[in-house]
Design a protein. Structure first.
Length: 118
């Protein structure tokens, strides 16, 4: 899948792959993620996170990679709806004050009503 206006196809890592599909290699006695290594070699930068714009974990095409902060990366991967399809909005999302975990208010209400009936 191409993720850039240049329409470059994904360049798949041909070396070792982790179970989650990320490529890796041994550099200086330590294992590093292939896409991070490629990004750092190409740009000279060492960002907190290297994001796949194409969403293909095995891709090392430099035009598909971008450096982000941890906060930016987390925001890109936030789900927009719960597993039952209810959208996460300010009004429909409960945020646990202790853990910061998000949950759907609609699903919580339904679950609480079901438990009260029992």
């Amino acid at each position: 899948m191409a993720a850039d206006s240049d329409d470059q196809p994904c360049k798949l890592w041909t070396g070792a792959l982790r179970k989650d599909g990320y490529g890796y290699l041994l550099v200086g006695g330590q294992y590093v993620l292939a896409h991070r290594w490629v990004y750092e070699q190409a740009t000279g930068e060492s960002p907190e996170e290297v994001h796949h714009k194409c969403l293909n974990h095995g891709c090392v095409e430099i035009t598909h990679l971008e450096g982000l902060t941890c906060a930016e990366h987390k925001q890109r991967h936030l789900k927009t709806q719960c597993k039952h399809g209810h959208p996460y909005t300010d009004d429909s999302t409960y945020i646990d004050p202790t853990t910061g975990a998000r949950s759907c208010r609609t699903c919580r209400t339904y679950r609480n009503r079901r438990q009260a009936i029992r």
